[in-house]
Design a protein around this ligand. Structure first.
Ligand code: FAQ
Length: 311
């Protein structure tokens, strides 16, 4: 009977019929989604830290207001995604616990430090840019609640990408020191940004099955190539360079060729040994502990209200 159910499930996926929370699904499909959606949610929340670091130091009131709004948007994305994951039968508390104990990953990119104001522009341009490239296809992912969350998230990410690019455009037209700061930030963020798409296809254990289930619509390398192609053109508008001497248009392929990625660095960062991993998790654990009284008060209030209503 399970084989039959599995076949029916695959048929629905093949016909692009969305899978909804109460539908039958293979246990591995459920587990894969819990893994991916919760890690995506954790990335949004941890992703608030590197940029949050610059809110008090934004160079003008307008920049500050925009940055606060962007960081708040990331919090919102995390919340939609935790809710989407909860529809699969895992609790928020369990997911948070997996993050804090290192059982669940979050995006490698957020383990790098934000050293200058130009980093904030570069994160918007490259990190949100990479996020959009990965997430637009996820608007058509096979699991309904995840796909629907992605629609709103992608609209907000587009605004983030533009505000980042505009910060860099301003710096790129500024003083020599500002131009140098802009180039330095691009140099530091470029390679980590293209690592965000995950390991090369031949080293990616989950891609084949996730493509079959239409959780993923493109492979890691396909999305990375699209991203490289777009950035190689956009960087020219800034009058800056990407730090890759091997970056070169290949007319035959219709794509840019690019240099070798340092995969050793990637695996180190995702196994907890990046420049800021410990600091990021410590910040999240501290925030969680300091927020315990809020959760307790909210629970006590909900209990009281429920008692009043049933009385
Ligand atoms: N970092 O077999 P695959 C954002 C892990 S955007 C850390 O290829 P899969 C917005 C992977 O989990 C960032 N770990 O796996 C924002 C697996 O380990 P596991 C978040 C990574 O799942 C912007 C192992 O390597 N976006 O937050 C990474 O098929 C600015 C093998 O990899 C998403 O999460 C990595 N970069 O493909 C916020 C998008 N790459 O779980 C604030 C949704 C791979 O077995 C400021 N996720 N790993 O222990 C996805 O599309 C996929 O999960 C991939 C990985 C493409 C990330």
């Amino acid at each position: 009977a399970t084989i039959n159910l599995e076949q029916q499930f695959q048929d629905r996926v093949d016909q692009d019929i969305r899978i909804e929370p109460k539908d039958w699904m293979p246990d591995k499909y459920r587990q894969t989604l819990i893994r991916q959606i919760s890690q995506h949610a954790h990335s949004e929340i941890v992703g608030m830290l590197p940029e949050g670091n610059w809110i008090t130091r934004a160079p003008s009131l307008r920049r500050k207001a925009t940055l606060i709004a962007k960081v708040q948007d990331e919090a919102g994305h995390g919340l939609y995604l935790y809710s989407a994951a909860e529809t699969l039968g895992i609790s928020r508390a369990e997911m948070i616990d997996q993050l804090h104990t290192g059982k669940a990953k979050y995006s490698s990119i957020f383990n790098y430090p934000t050293l200058t104001w130009a980093d904030i522009g570069t994160i918007g341009w490259l990190v949100d840019g990479a996020a959009i490239m990965n997430q637009v296809p996820l608007c058509r992912t096979s699991y309904g609640p995840y796909a629907r969350a992605m629609v709103r998230i992608c609209k907000e990410e587009s605004f983030h990408q533009r505000q980042g690019f505009e910060i860099l455009l301003t710096l790129s037209r500024g003083s020599e020191a500002q131009k140098a700061m802009c180039q330095d930030a691009i140099n530091r963020w470029w390679w980590p940004s293209i690592m965000m798409f995950g390991p090369a296809d031949d080293a990616s254990p989950h891609t084949a099955q996730s493509m079959k289930w239409k959780i993923k619509r493109f492979t890691n390398d396909e999305l990375r190539q699209k991203f490289v192609d777009i950035c190689a053109d956009q960087v020219k508008i800034l009058g800056m360079e990407l730090p890759d001497p091997e970056l070169k248009w290949n007319a035959e392929r219709g794509h840019y060729d690019f240099g070798k990625i340092n995969w050793e660095e990637f695996w180190q960062v995702i196994s907890g040994n990046g420049p800021c991993n410990k600091e990021r998790i410590a910040a999240r654990v501290k925030a969680h502990e300091e927020g315990a009284w809020v959760r307790e008060a909210a629970t006590a209030f909900a209990t009281k209200r429920a008692q009043k209503q049933s009385a």
